[in-house]
Design a protein around this ligand. Structure first.
Ligand code: TYM
Length: 327
């Protein structure tokens, strides 16, 4: 029996190389080892204001990009969260078992709510309950994510254990899988901040659908420092970030990269990296253009996935409902 993997991604803003290197690339690489379920989390997206038409369009675009990046419908289910109502239903139940204090500790909520001020919804606060529901519904073994999701995964494990302690074995506490390299790609404009979908500065992130010109321009303008030497060094976040991106797109080791750039300048590194990223994303972009010729095909894959896995989610939901005494 293969172990089961679950992970999700929000259809807001543009998917960038941080999402790709920190999560999606790893989902694709380990597909054949596991039974995989990947989810475009549109219910999470509405925790902040969204334009309805744009949300529906972004949801399809993201699904198309995930297939284009190599998610294979033969090996992996890829579906839209709102197509399986058990996610919302289990989230409500879990809500009732998560102390407010646990939620109040979530750093991502603190950061997001500071930006949004009085627009903060209860849904944004409660976001981790829905994420826990996503994962626990499928008796998930592993959750491959970037570093920023670690705290949400801990909360997921905690609520599973708390519920199990009260009602007996109901949920499987999942293991997070966070890659050693690439789990926290930083912004190109400001390498002290995580690359994020919601940053307004156009030089912040390389998006998967950026043109070669945009990619090269953004990397050329990336913030570095006034030193010269090119080496992996956490205390120099700008160069370190560029080298990390280089490592993941080239597949070379750190030593090989350091040797290649000995005695060279930032200009050389940025020029090569721009070309490397353009070439690395080219097959994804080409495949995306092909796939989106027929949007009905993408929709049919999403519906087929949801239909295939819905019984797993409903079985878990029923188990939880029975334990609690519902119905
Ligand atoms: P989201 O949509 O913000 O990001 C999707 C994935 O990309 C990773 N990521 C990064 N990795 C490296 N460097 C970065 N700068 C970077 N930015 C984002 C994220 O860690 C994530 O793995 N709450 C989740 C979506 C979600 C989910 C789930 C994930 C909903 N339910 C269940 C796992 C399991 C989110 O907002 O991801």
């Amino acid at each position: 029996m293969k172990k089961r993997v679950f992970s999700g991604i929000q259809p807001t803003g543009n998917i960038h190389i941080g999402n790709y290197l920190g999560a999606v690339k790893n989902w694709v690489a380990s597909q054949s080892e596991y039974e995989n379920i990947f989810c475009v989390v549109d219910l999470h997206a509405i925790t902040v204001p969204q334009d309805p038409k744009a949300l529906r369009q972004k949801t399809r675009e993201l699904a198309g990009l995930l297939f284009a990046a190599g998610i294979d419908p033969e090996q992996s289910a890829l579906f839209i969260q709102s197509h399986i109502s058990a996610h919302s239903e289990l989230a409500w139940i879990l809500n009732c078992f998560i102390p407010m204090g646990w939620m109040q500790r979530m750093t991502q909520f603190k950061e997001k709510s500071e930006k949004l001020k009085e627009q903060v919804s209860t849904g944004l606060f409660d976001y981790p309950a829905l994420m826990a529901a996503d994962i626990l519904l499928y008796d998930t073994d592993y959750v491959p994510v970037g570093e920023d999701q670690k705290q949400h995964l801990e909360l997921t494990r905690d609520v599973a254990q708390r519920f199990n302690a009260i009602y007996g074995d109901t949920f499987k506490p999942p293991e997070p899988v966070i890659a050693k390299t690439g789990a926290r790609i930083m912004g190109l404009d400001d390498p002290t901040r995580k690359m994020s979908k919601s940053e307004a500065d156009p030089g912040h992130a390389v998006n998967l659908l950026d043109s070669p010109r945009e990619i090269i321009h953004k990397i050329k303008r990336a913030t570095t420092d006034s030193l010269k030497e090119i080496r992996f060094d956490e205390s120099r976040p700008g160069v370190n970030n560029l080298l990390t991106i280089y490592q993941l797109f080239s597949g070379l080791s750190r030593e090989e990269i350091a040797a290649r750039y000995e005695g060279k300048g930032y200009g050389d590194l940025k020029k090569d990296l721009g070309e490397l990223v353009v070439e690395g994303l080219r097959p994804v972009q080409t495949r995306y253009q092909e796939l989106t010729q027929d949007p009905a095909y993408i929709d049919s894959l999403l519906v087929a996935s949801a239909n295939r896995i819905r019984p797993i989610a409903e079985r878990t939901l029923r188990r939880a409902q029975e334990r609690v005494g519902l119905g």
